[in-house]
Structure formats: C-alpha cells, structure tokens
Design a binder for this molecule. Structure first.
Ligand code: HEM
Length: 358
C-alpha cells in the first residue's frame, strides 16, 4: 500500500520499482491552444498529487450534494498502492500546438512485420498509470479523462497485469505469457550510471526534457496457441535462455553473464543484447495483457511492451530493426499497436507537467 513520491528530479513510474498493474491511455487534444492544454496539465498534476498519496481528487467524492463529485469515488478507502502517473507527449502534440519538437523526435519508422492498427497507435499525450491494485490505476486514468473533458479525449488505452520487466534484480523475476522470466537483464533502478547513460535525457535535449526520457509503447500480440504447441527445446532456442531457471545458454544460473556467441544465432536475447548492438541499452517496463478472445477462438493476449531511453536512435530503433530482420520469436508474435512519446523531467513541488515546455 506504499506511496511513491510524485515530485522529484525524474517522473515517477520510470526507474521506480515496477508495480503489478498498468492502465495506459493515449489522448488526442481537441484544441490547438497551448493555454488550454497548460490548464489541463495543471489540473491533472494537482489530481495526480492527490491520487498518488491516496487522497480524493479536488473536494473529494462526496463534496457538494448538488454538483457532480470531483472524485469518481471507486478508490475511497483504498491505499495509494504505489500509484505512479507518468506523462509523455507524442510528435503530433508539438505540431498541433506549434511548439518546437526535440531534435530528431518523430514517429517511429515502419519495421518489417509491423501490422499496426491506427486505432491502437499514436496519440498527442500519454499517461502511464501503474499501481499494485488495478482499481487504483483505472481510477486514476478515469479521473484524468474526466478532468480533460473538452481539451483531450482518449484515443486508445491498454490494461496490463503481471509486470514483465522488473527493475529490482534482488526480487524474483516475473514471467511473461510465454512462461519465460522477463527482465533479467534490465537496468536496475539503483544503477545510477546506467540510468544516466541510457535512460535520462541530458544536456543534448531541450531544458524541459532533461531528466526525462523517450517512451516507446508497442502492443505485441502473441500467437499463444502456436507457441503452446512448440517443443520446450525450440522455445528455449528462441530466447537462448532456459525456461525454468532463465539461465543464458553457456551458463547455469539466471544472472550468469550472457556470452552472445554461446546463444543461437537468431535468438531473441542474442540479437537484443548490448554486445550485439554496440552497447545499445534500454529500460524495459512492460506488462502482459489478455483482452478476451479475437472471435476466431484465439486469445487476444501478449506483451504490452514499454521501454524508456535517452535516445531513440541508440535505443528501441536499432534493437527493433535487428529483431524485425531475423528474431526467431517473430513467428510467434506480431506488433499491432505503437506509440512514441517524449516524457518531461520530474515535476517540482508547485510546478506542473509540461510547465517548462508550455
Ligand atoms: C530480453 C521476451 C520483445 C528487447 C528478453 C528475455 C525474454 C524476452 C524472455 C530474456 C530475459 C531478460 O533479460 O529480460 C520478449 C518477448 C517479447 C519481447 C516475449 C515480445 C512479445 C522485445 C522487444 C524488444 C526487446 C520489442 C526491443 C525492441 C529485449 C532486450 C533484452 C530482452 C534489450 C535483454 C537482452 C540482454 O541484454 O540480455 N526478452 N521480448 N524485447 N528483450 Fe525481449
């Protein structure tokens, strides 16, 4: 039921410990006015400060009897559940508001095998809500949607469960829906050097983005039924790690170092490993999803992949190019949604999301 502080040098929800549940929402602006957007972000920030410390929004869920309540009420009595709210701005945000984009910040290139649904992609603004209780995460997004009425509307959203990437290496590594430990070789929240080198934007970025990060979101569908008919040996060869222990080929324990030359040539971990890509490194923070069935009797399930990086061209883009070209995993997955967002640095007490930009 803990509280993760909202204010700080960096936005919470990036390097802070990963919670169990996700509600991610992408919004489209319905205005071209930076003043209107600033007013919304100010109101969002005030609500975020309250919700992340388990307070009700505004004057609460039971304020004046003759007005609709400021807070929708379904989180009354629930603890903060480590709620974090993280905001980012898509390339279209800057165009719509006629603000300068950070240098080189644009929509992601098309990757081989992509089958992106525009209705699950893009968006001017994104909010990543993570909490240990799904009701707390959903309550948070719902109240921001309500506050944003008239300025922004939801374009698409995604619920996630069972974090697939840990930033706490001492804890047990969670497993994704393919049954493999996911997040073994991730950046630890305590690794300041790696975070500074690979996650936080530095002096190269505009002032409002320093201490912030670029976020890539990908809705990756898994062909679960085909996967479940694949032999254990083939499953392990696809990742280059064992299923139960998560040990890299050539090693015996999960956290043994990866020697890329000992992994199958086109295995996922070999292709994605920094040693195969000149040091390219990202912070992964994804979640599993299962959105019912697809009408053909198959589960609509997979990985909602979230990754933070200092520079997209030294992060997601080169990794995904390498994976799209030949990853053995491609037979079992398909990227069906996508978004890219510039997430500003941390919010100081008394300030609000995006104040330095707007
Ligand atoms: C590692 C699964 C998509 C980047 C791993 C590992 C698993 C895994 C099981 C090994 C454990 C670990 O170190 O975390 C998956 C699944 C995916 C997927 C099931 C899709 C459904 C992606 C994508 C990217 C990516 C789209 C980036 C473009 C990485 C990286 C590593 C990794 C960087 C660590 C490699 C290392 O340093 O050893 N993934 N992954 N993965 N994956 Fe993925």
């Amino acid at each position: 039921g803990g509280v993760i502080p909202f204010h700080g040098a960096h936005q919470a929800g990036i390097a802070t410990p990963v919670q169990d549940r996700l509600h991610f929402a992408a919004f489209d602006l319905s205005t071209d006015s930076p003043e209107k957007v600033a007013a919304m972000l100010k109101a969002w920030t005030a609500a975020a400060v309250q919700m992340t410390s388990a307070q009700e929004v505004g004057r609460g869920a039971t304020g004046a009897a003759l007005a609709p309540p400021d807070d929708t009420g379904e989180a009354i009595g629930l603890p903060a559940s480590r709620l974090t709210l993280t905001v980012g701005f898509g390339p279209s945000f800057f165009d719509r508001l006629k603000l300068p984009r950070p240098a080189g910040f644009e929509e992601l290139p098309r990757f081989r095998g992509d089958r992106l649904d525009p209705a699950r992609s893009g968006g001017d603004v994104c909010v990543q809500a993570c909490a240990d209780d799904p009701q707390v995460a959903v309550h948070a997004v719902r109240n921001l949607v309500r506050i944003g009425f008239g300025t922004a509307s939801v374009r698409w959203s995604q619920l996630g469960f069972g974090k697939t990437s840990s930033t706490t290496p001492e804890a047990q590594t969670p497993r994704n829906l393919m049954g493999f430990k996911d997040g073994t070789n991730n950046i630890a929240a305590t690794d300041r050097k790696k975070l500074d080198d690979h996650v936080w934007v530095g002096d190269e970025g505009p002032q409002w983005l320093r201490g912030g990060s670029y976020l890539v979101a990908r809705r990756i569908r898994m062909h679960i039924e085909t996967w479940d008919r694949t032999s254990l040996k083939e499953q392990e060869d696809i990742f280059g790690r064992t299923k139960r222990e998560g040990a890299p080929y050539g090693g015996t324990r999960e956290h043994d170092p990866v020697a890329v030359e000992k992994l199958p040539a086109d295995s996922h971990v070999r292709l994605a490993h920094p040693d195969s890509l000149g040091g390219v490194t990202i912070l992964r923070r994804g979640y599993s999803f299962t959105d019912g069935t697809d009408g053909l009797g198959r589960l609509d399930a997979g990985l909602f992949f979230l990754a933070y990086q200092r520079d997209l061209n030294k992060g997601f883009i080169p990794i995904q190019r390498a994976l799209a070209a030949k990853d053995l995993l491609n037979e079992y997955i398909q990227h069906v949604g996508s978004g890219v967002y510039a997430c500003p640095g941390g919010v100081a007490s008394g300030s609000y999301w995006g104040e330095a930009l707007l």
